[in-house]
Design a protein around this ligand. Structure first.
Ligand SMILES: [Zn+2]
Length: 593
């Protein structure tokens, strides 16, 4: 076992013959694809043959492109100063955007071709990709002509992509000034952010204050990044004929507006219960005016314990095994095959993520493991993503891309397994601590996510009329937090810089990457209730559901489990399971106050 991930299964190195060979092979495929599109659009009469060729060449192209790009990007995320990684990412972005015109042409051609249904029914390979093809037809109505699409794609490289790189560079190299044990130190932001989980209240508060102060060094630059990115998103959404970036996001998420509205309404109804929890946690920690932001993640009771990574690995294995041996065996394989980059270090980006490497049937997980129970849960979460990818491994490359809201299903489901199992096995005091941690996490996913949704909606609304100043961004963030947390948060200690902290606002291709977390959390809660009813028989159906997430609309995926996400009842019931946990927490807290 190693603590750094290995990318050797992708390439030996940027200078290796294998990498160089594939870079030049990519040039060949790109040229072949562009020529093929021109010929087909001009002269093809056999729609079935053309579509079959399309699936073939598109598969080869996306396999090679993702292999090259993921190698570059993964190398970069753990070493943002790696010049070869940065350079190759840029080269690849330019190369890949060179097919934008061809993509637009062929997609428009498919969108307007007659007799597609007959062609699909007459061919196995087309039947396998029916959803993929139908989605192209649906999307073609929002496509501009080839030249315009080419210009947008190329301008993005020097627009939103460049802004994002600057943002990553600013935050990953930011030095936070903090005094620890009388000694003045400069620490990376990711380490300071991890201190929110420390058991010492003084340390948490100090880290929070140091974090906020540090953003002042880069806030105007970050707001320039954010304004640049969101401005581009608005322009492109308008050009494509979407009513708003949210409409575009829902379209790309394969999700109906009615589903989002039903979920948000149920979430709003549940806010008073969350606020009760927050105020009570505040009281337990000695605050009378609600919970200060720096106490949101404060561990309660017996969870002050620190874990080594090896202990975390053991906990993951034992708890996954209560669900299924296939899940546990998979995690073991991921850990032992060096798929995980474990500890924070300078130059490595903050947070955690999982990257699917469909082409080699593997994933990579980046952590910033700090040894708290919460870090174990993050590990469980990211390995859940990896398991989702494992279930989808045998689908074709073009059927492996699932939408944002379903992306958080497996990760959240795994969290629920581990937390429930951990509560069962724990003493009364430990159980209280885990229950509280679960509530603290869920509060993020429901209440904080709601504030992020409000923030991003308001940001888009105002950005239409021009750039926002740092002061305005801070003001909107405070407003959004007030709306969501209400009197649950201490108004003196909120976090006006969450827009600078959360990376999701800065990705031009995935806007509103907030409500998918709530969707994933509440959908997973609903699924877990099913699992509790049906036991082991549920496991196979669950894996089957994960497997088809890349080739169905959300409402159709959830229907497989007889769940109607358009109606408010499903969401209310999922939230009720959380409200029951809050009730339990309030009871146990009453004994302590
Ligand atoms: Zn996730």
């Amino acid at each position: 076992m190693d603590y750094l991930w290995s990318l050797k299964d992708l390439y030996s190195s940027f200078d290796g013959e294998d990498f160089k060979k594939d870079m030049s092979a990519l040039n060949g495929i790109l040229k072949e694809y562009i020529n093929w599109v021109d010929n087909t659009v001009e002269s093809s009469r056999d729609i079935r043959a053309a579509l079959e060729q399309f699936i073939g060449i598109k598969t080869r192209l996306s396999e090679l492109a993702s292999r090259l790009y993921n190698f570059s990007e993964l190398s970069y995320t753990v070493d943002t100063k790696n010049e070869k990684a940065t350079k190759n990412m840029e080269i690849l972005e330019v190369k890949l955007s060179s097919v934008a015109e061809a993509n637009a042409k062929i997609n428009k051609w498919i969108g307007s071709a007659a007799d597609i249904d007959n062609a699909i029914q007459a061919s196995d390979i087309l039947k396998e990709h029916e959803f993929y093809l139908k989605e192209i037809i649906e999307k073609s109505s929002h496509l501009l002509d080839g030249k315009q699409e080419a210009i947008i794609a190329r301008m993005k490289n020097t627009g939103s992509s460049a802004w994002l790189k600057l943002k990553d560079l600013l935050t990953s190299t930011l030095k936070v000034d903090i005094e620890l044990d009388g000694e003045k130190k400069q620490l990376p932001l990711s380490i300071i952010r991890n201190m929110a989980y420390e058991s010492s209240r003084e340390l948490r508060k100090k880290a929070y204050e140091a974090e906020l102060a540090s953003y002042e060094k880069i806030d105007d630059s970050l707001s320039a990044c954010l304004n640049g990115i969101k401005g581009e998103v608005i322009t492109v959404a308008e050009l494509r004929g979407f009513g708003s970036p949210l409409e575009e996001t829902l379209f790309n998420s394969r999700m109906e507006a009615q589903t989002l509205e039903a979920m948000l309404t149920a979430m709003r109804e549940s806010l008073p219960a969350f606020r009760k929890y927050l105020r009570t946690k505040g009281q337990l920690l000695g605050s009378k005016k609600g919970l200060p932001f720096f106490d949101l993640f404060a561990p309660m009771g017996d969870l002050n314990k620190k874990y080594t990574y090896e202990e975390a690995v053991k906990i993951v294995d034992e708890n996954y095994r209560t669900f299924s041996s296939s899940l546990a065996d998979f995690a073991k394989k991921a850990i032992e095959s060096n798929w995980i980059d474990v500890y924070p270090r300078e130059g490595k980006i903050g947070g955690a993520f999982c990257q699917d490497l469909h082409i080699i049937g593997q994933s990579r997980v980046m952590l910033n493991f700090g040894g708290t129970f919460s870090d174990i849960i993050t590990m469980v979460h990211e390995l859940g993503h990896a398991y989702h990818d494992e279930c989808i491994k045998n689908e074709s490359m073009l059927n492996s891309d699932y939408p944002m809201p379903l992306a958080e299903t497996a990760s959240t489901f795994c969290e629920t397994i581990v937390k429930k199992a951990a509560i069962k096995a724990a003493s009364k005091e430990e159980a209280f601590a885990i229950l509280e941690m679960e509530l603290s996490d869920v509060t993020q996913v429901i209440v904080d996510i709601y504030s992020r949704f409000l923030f991003e909606s308001e940001l888009f609304k105002r950005r239409k009329d021009g750039s926002l100043s740092t002061g305005e961004l801070n003001e909107i963030m405070l407003w959004a937090q007030k709306e969501a947390y209400g009197d649950g948060l201490d108004p003196e200690y909120m976090h006006k810089y969450m827009w600078a902290c959360k990376p999701h606002y800065y990705t031009a291709d995935t806007n509103f990457y907030n409500f998918p977390y709530a969707f994933g959390q509440l959908f997973a809660k609903g699924l877990y209730a099913e699992y509790e009813k049906r036991g082991k028989a549920f496991v196979k159906d669950y894996e089957a559901l994960l497997r088809v997430t890349g080739k169905n609309k959300i409402e159709d995926v959830t229907k497989m489990m007889n769940i109607d996400v358009r109606g408010i009842d499903f969401w209310r019931n999922s939230l009720k399971t959380i409200e029951q946990d809050i009730e339990k927490f309030l009871e146990l807290s009453a004994e302590k106050l």
